[in-house]
Design a binder for this molecule. Structure first.
Ligand code: SF4
Ligand code: SF4
Length: 163
């Protein structure tokens, strides 16, 4: 997957994307959540995360205390040891990875803790959530690192034109 190409496209279209998403916030179409879900499904039919893993390589998730407990248990580690080995507290007081790419990312882009991965990993890039306009800033930010987020905004524009 050509990640540089996607990033350049996302930067070039950022203004247009922002305007479009702001429009959704000002005047949400009645069936917005439905179109969002449909668009999300279309995008992930086309995009294969195993060819990418850019989120795991460049950003990494926030870890909730439930995530930490679940993953530590899975690895048969004590919570404190897990935190010492892998996590740090960032400037917003969130628990994040100490290093990137994520330590749990395998060479073939699979996740070695897939079944118990953090909630944030399961939900990224948040393109199937309700009231998508509530996370407009995050979606725009994600278009710069995530080809699926970029494609999602592109296709949303087209899908809404069709309706
Ligand atoms: S969610 Fe986005 S950035 Fe992460 S692997 Fe899939 S396409 Fe790539
Ligand atoms: S835990 Fe798994 S899905 Fe989450 S960032 Fe690490 S490798 Fe990617």
């Amino acid at each position: 997957m050509n990640l540089d190409f996607y990033k350049i496209q996302a930067l070039q279209k950022q203004k247009e994307h922002k305007k479009f998403l702001e429009g959704l916030k000002k005047k949400p179409p009645k069936n917005l959540d439905y179109i969002v879900q449909e668009t999300h499904d279309e995008v992930f039919e086309k995009i294969d995360c195993l060819q990418c893993a850019n989120c795991c390589k460049t950003t990494g998730p926030l870890f909730t205390s439930k995530d930490v407990e679940r993953i530590a248990k899975h690895l048969k580690m004590k919570v404190a040891d897990f935190e010492d080995k892998f996590l740090q507290t960032d400037e917003d007081q969130d628990l994040v990875l100490q290093t990137l790419p994520c330590w749990f990312l395998n060479d073939d882009n699979t996740c070695s803790i897939y079944e118990v991965r953090p909630k944030a990993c399961r939900e990224f890039p948040h393109t199937d959530r309700k009231k998508i306009y509530q996370i407009n800033n995050l979606t725009i930010k994600n278009t710069l690192i995530c080809p699926a987020a970029y494609e999602f905004v592109e296709r949303m524009q087209k899908n809404l034109e069709k309706k």
